[in-house]
Design a protein around this ligand. Structure first.
Ligand SMILES: Cc1ncc(COP(=O)(O)O)c(C=O)c1O
Length: 408
């Protein structure tokens, strides 16, 4: 039977403490022990089902972690206060002074800044590579390399990583393959393709209501135990802990993720095809013109489409800004960073979410300042949205007015 991440979430059964259909939210930072011996055993990691302190774990956080592990097909998962909280704990757990990371050069700006500017303070260096070129990735690996790092679908250029190929390299060189799957939950299941650790910013599609930040690390029980170790665990000691109230609310939103992702993907595919036909410079993994389209087709969970993210390059930042302001004025979405909301969100990554990347490196990787990143919303009538967006583009001479525009 093939893997279906949404079935795995649907099939979880929780009984609340008082018989509620939702598990009771746990509201304590500390927990009592009936015997001092059990407390000692818990600190030693030898007592199952005992909670000691909420920075370590909470019942509500474990419920959410269990659902996310089911979705990603991993043994278990550890939720954290933000996506960056998940990324930083994983890399600091896997690397020590003198080690090297080989990372995709197109990644979220915050991750890039952490690798480029923060982690070198601990004498951990990063080689940034074109992740779609496996030869370049292999050439960057040296005797100090410990981790291969990438995003399944990259922020903001929407490059698609060949996770199976990278996993092969990781295996051959005894490295850990860490994949940030934030842009493609349900669409891609990195662990099935060989990723050792799968990370999400829950802030985005998974929570889907832009009301909190959150993160998760999905992996083996051994690795998650290491992260939670009271002696040297990066989760336990750096303290990026999710609050139980938030874990409970994210778990509720997770249950509708499959419906939302299908609609995000449907709407993004529709707009991408239309705007490509209109002659716009558009990148969307669901278009045959995308360089990794065929590879992605061979690895994705096709029921969920090609995701809700697309980019349009309008040529320069001034025009990009004008278009975003006009689209916001016409109530087509918000000029805002982040993704996965019910309304379309748009921003120019060169001057926002990727501004940590120096300009010359942005040019080298093809991140032009006229590039707009769209997180396409859940609009019920996407044809109406298309007509309204097109009207904005015609007004700014980004597109010619070739047809009657019904909704102008
Ligand atoms: C791909 C990706 N990973 C990680 C993050 C960081 O997540 P958070 O903002 O929840 O810390 C982001 C945020 O934009 C992102 O886009």
């Amino acid at each position: 039977m093939s893997f279906n991440p949404a079935n795995n979430i649907q099939d979880l059964q929780y009984f609340g403490e008082f018989g509620g259909v939702n598990p009771s939210i746990t509201d304590s930072s500390t927990y009592t022990f009936l015997s001092a011996k059990t407390m000692f055993d818990t600190f030693e990691g030898n007592a199952d089902s005992c909670y000691l302190y909420s920075r370590h774990s909470t019942p509500s956080n474990l419920y959410l972690g269990k659902a996310l592990a089911a979705m990603e097909g991993t043994e278990t998962a550890n939720v954290s206060a933000s996506g960056m909280g998940a990324i930083t704990q994983v890399l600091l757990q896997l690397c020590k002074a003198g080690d090297q990371i080989v990372s995709s050069r197109t990644i979220y700006g915050g991750t890039y800044a952490f690798l480029k500017h923060f982690i070198p303070k601990f004498n951990i260096e990063t080689a940034f590579v074109d992740i779609t070129n496996l030869d370049a990735v292999e050439a960057a690996i040296n005797k100090n390399t410990k981790v291969l790092y990438c995003e399944s679908v990259s922020n903001p250029l929407l490059e698609v990583a060949n996770i199976a190929g990278l996993s092969h390299l990781a295996e051959n060189h005894d490295l850990k393959l860490v994949v940030d799957n934030t842009f493609s939950p349900l669409n891609i299941t990195p662990a099935l393709l060989g990723a050792d650790v799968v990370i999400h910013s829950l802030t985005k599609f998974i929570n889907g209501s832009s009301d909190t930040v959150g993160g998760v690390v999905c992996g083996t029980q051994d690795f998650i135990n290491e992260l939670r170790s009271v002696n040297d665990g990066a989760s336990m000691l750096l303290g990026s802990t999710m609050d139980s109230l938030r874990a409970a609310s994210i778990l509720k939103n997770l249950r509708t993720l499959h419906i939302r992702i299908k609609k995000h993907s449907y709407n993004a595919q529709y707009l991408a095809e239309k705007f490509e036909a209109d002659g716009l410079k558009i990148v969307y993994p669901g278009l045959t013109s995308h360089s990794s389209h065929e590879m992605l087709k061979s690895i994705f969970n096709k029921t969920y489409g090609f995701g809700g993210m697309l980019t349009i390059d309008v040529g320069n930042l001034e025009l990009a800004n004008k278009l975003m302001e006009l689209m916001q004025e016409r109530n087509l979405g918000y000029l805002a960073v982040s993704l996965g909301f019910y309304k379309t969100l748009f921003s120019a990554p060169g001057s926002s979410t990727s501004s940590e990347i120096p300009e010359e490196e942005q040019v080298e990787m093809g991140l032009n300042d006229g590039l707009i990143r769209f997180s396409i919303g859940l609009d019920d009538d996407i044809e109406r949205t298309y007509q309204m967006m097109k009207a904005c583009m015609v007004e700014l001479n980004i597109l010619e007015n070739k047809e009657d525009l019904a909704y102008v």
